[in-house]
Write a protein that binds this ligand. Structure first.
Ligand code: DLZ
Length: 158
């Protein structure tokens, strides 16, 4: 979670393993594309900064955040991946839909982590409004995509 005290793009570079031999799957939701595109940019940039080669970063899109569960589950069947990252942005509307999607994705990804052999990193922004999402996708609180890339490298090494 980002707060005024925690910037999503801040990390200790010395604690990050070399990713040059690692292979990553990234599933990105198409809803709120301005936000998820920025999350993806941050993720890819940070993976490559730590040695990942572009050919080893496999990106797939799904229509919305709810489909991230299925997308990630399909990717867990590929033994070649060292870690999978899901990226989505759910922005609160006027109905309880927000709660159902967020809970569904959170539960679905948690289940994958408990049942499969590949770590699945949770890059879902769940915000009250668009500005909060912008703040966390390259804005004043950093980029959740950077955080996910670092977490994926660390968990691939785990
Ligand atoms: C339907 C819906 C709504 C209202 N809002 C979002 C959102 O803010 N972010 C997002 O990623 N997806 C949203 N969706 C789409 C659902 O995630 C899903 O794609 C559809 O319910 C079809 O399963």
């Amino acid at each position: 979670m980002s707060t005024e005290l925690h910037h999503l793009s801040d990390y200790n570079e010395q604690n990050v393993p070399d990713a040059s031999n690692m292979c990553f799957g990234v599933v990105v939701a198409e809803w709120n594309p301005e936000i998820t595109g920025a999350l993806l940019d941050g993720t890819v940039r940070t993976l490559e900064k730590h040695g990942a080669i572009p050919e080893n970063i496999h990106i797939k899109t799904v229509p919305g955040s709810f489909e991230l569960i299925y997308g990630a589950q399909q990717m867990t069947k590929n033994d070649g991946f060292d870690a999978i990252i899901i990226l989505g942005s759910v922005i609160k509307g006027e109905t309880p839909h927000f709660d159902y999607i967020c809970q569904g994705v959170t539960y679905g990804i948690a289940r994958l982590n408990a049942s499969q052999n590949i770590p699945v990193i949770y890059g879902l922004l769940t915000t009250n409004d668009l500005q909060q999402a912008k703040d966390r996708s390259g804005g004043r609180l950093g980029n959740k995509g950077d955080e996910c890339a670092i977490d994926a490298i660390k968990m691939a090494k785990f």
